[in-house]
Design a protein around this ligand. Structure first.
Ligand code: TXA
Ligand code: MG
Length: 332
């Protein structure tokens, strides 16, 4: 549904400045790339990225692509090996996304990468996308700008129809050149593997690198085929969900007020040592909680704790994605 509050605007310099300000302020902007329209947010701002998931109505946190204006802008986010540098040299800007090991010094938020220690990077070949990223001065996280489970948008009107007032500004750039998402190549292991087919073929990648390249499309395209699921971040110690108290040997992942949380055997949860407790959002704000989720799980995932007790999180809006991830972590 299109709404009065969604604006489709031609990307004049003034509009691009405004769009870049919105991105820097943590807002959402839809923009054209050479593949499909993207729903963009500051990739380094977890709450901004949480807004992408909320707007798409994605019931899951899938890792997103971080878009740069150049290789230089993305260089500090990942460990680029010789293959990655050759591919960037030949195909960037262009419809090729590389999955690489994350660098410890990177600025991209944990939520953008869904807590994984790998990151998806690409430099899009579209003047509007490049200008927006350049002006924003930060990598932009962007999935396709459509509601979850619907077709990827290839025109600004598709975006407006699919997302409605969930996106305040859509930069118009006509119909996209390819109309198909970028090729995704996984370079995190010794093999070079294409996990999503796109305009750039395995033959082209293979020719560029001088090594064999295989397709393993089920890893991301058919998430229902068991055994080939995209790997998810999961803590090493068990989780206990919907906890109403915390045991002395547990860590506590809190949400909202701690007023009624007690430590079993005596004491208040708010008096736990700092290493044993993280609060996803003291104000019970689900966007803030989503932004903190992966970093806080990691902080509490220590062998000195027997398990992580997790307070109840409302199953509405982006809370559905938070609970989906916690449930998987609890079952693994
Ligand atoms: O053409 C495109 O790539 C568009 C435009 C907007 O750039 N973007 C796009 O994003 O299609 P999205 O979020 O719909 O798809 C990203 C793909 C997904 O298949 C996701 O699973 C994969 O990239 N991906 C992202 N990070 C990953 C990671 N760390 N490991 C494995 N796969 C990853
Ligand atoms: Mg998509």
């Amino acid at each position: 549904m299109t709404s009065m509050t969604t604006r489709i605007a031609a990307p004049t310099p003034d509009v691009l400045d405004e769009a870049a300000r919105m991105i820097r302020a943590g807002g959402l902007v839809a923009f054209p790339t050479e593949t499909v329209y993207g729903l963009g947010a500051d990739a380094t701002n977890g709450e901004a990225v949480a807004r992408i998931f909320a707007a798409k109505g994605r019931p899951k946190f899938n890792p997103l692509i971080s878009h740069g204006a150049s290789l230089e802008m993305l260089r500090g986010e990942a460990k680029f090996d010789d293959r990655a540098l050759s591919l960037a040299d030949q195909f960037w800007p262009g419809p090729l996304t590389m999955i690489l090991p994350r660098s410890e010094t990177g600025k991209v938020a944990d939520l953008t990468c869904a807590g994984l220690n790998t990151i998806a990077l690409r430099v899009p070949d579209h003047p509007v996308a490049l200008a927006l990223i350049e002006k924003a001065g930060v990598p932009i996280a962007a999935p396709s700008a459509n509601a979850s489970g619907t077709l990827s948008p290839t025109s600004p009107h598709h975006v407006a129809e699919s997302l409605g007032d969930a996106v305040p500004l859509i930069l118009a750039g006509g119909s996209t050149q390819f109309g198909l998402e970028s090729t995704v190549v996984d370079l995190t292991g010794p093999e070079t593997v294409i996990v999503r087919a796109g305009a750039i073929t395995a033959e082209e990648v293979s020719e560029c690198l001088g090594v064999p390249v295989t397709y393993e499309l089920s890893a991301t395209d058919k998430p229902r085929s068991p055994g080939q699921l995209l790997k998810h971040y999961a803590p090493n110690i068990p989780l206990r969900l919907k906890a109403v108290d915390v045991k002395p040997d547990e860590a506590l992942l809190a949400f909202g007020s701690l007023k009624f949380m007690c430590v079993k055997g005596g004491g208040k949860a708010s008096d736990l040592p700092p290493a044993q407790i993280r609060n996803l959002s003291e104000n019970a704000d689900l966007l803030e909680a989503a932004a903190n989720l992966f970093a806080y799980l990691r902080a509490l995932d220590k062998p000195e704790h027997k398990r992580i007790a997790v307070m109840d999180i409302p199953n509405t809006g982006i809370g559905i994605a938070i609970n989906d991830r916690l449930k998987r972590a609890a079952e693994s």
